[in-house]
Design a protein. Structure first.
Length: 133
């Protein structure tokens, strides 16, 4: 293999200092016009990522899902963060980036479990159970 990105950070669930967003949040995300992004901005990025996924263009969805994840962490939107992690894992899985998909799905599972969201946890677990070999 040798696709890089195999050493995912396990501490990424809570955001924390420096490691949030797996490279998408180093300087904080800025919405158009330079304003601080909102949950609406993150939702829009998730929708774009999901659209790319449905169009069989998962590589193009990854940066959108990554920006959504960074914004959700920046504004401490845990539910949005869980959704962003799931979509990012789905995009990575379909793009053949198994290691990244697994890392994001594990973060998603842990976050959903910590919030008591059984439905979200089941979706993350299904993704983990159905990663390509």
């Amino acid at each position: 293999g040798g696709g890089g990105g195999e050493g995912e950070e396990e501490k990424g669930v809570g955001g924390g200092e420096g490691g949030a967003g797996h490279g998408y949040a180093e300087d904080g995300v800025r919405a158009p016009g330079g304003t601080r992004p909102s949950g609406l901005y993150a939702n829009a990025e998730v929708l774009v990522a999901q659209g790319r996924l449905r169009q069989s263009r998962p590589d193009e969805g990854i940066p959108h899902a990554g920006r959504a994840l960074a914004v959700d962490r920046q504004i401490a939107n845990r539910q949005g963060e869980a959704i962003s992690l799931l979509v990012l894992a789905q995009c990575c899985r379909e793009a053949g980036r198994r290691g990244e998909a697994e890392g994001h799905a594990r973060d998603c599972l842990a976050l959903n479990q910590s919030m008591g969201d059984e439905g979200g946890a089941k979706k993350a677990q299904w993704l983990l159970d159905n990663l390509p070999d």
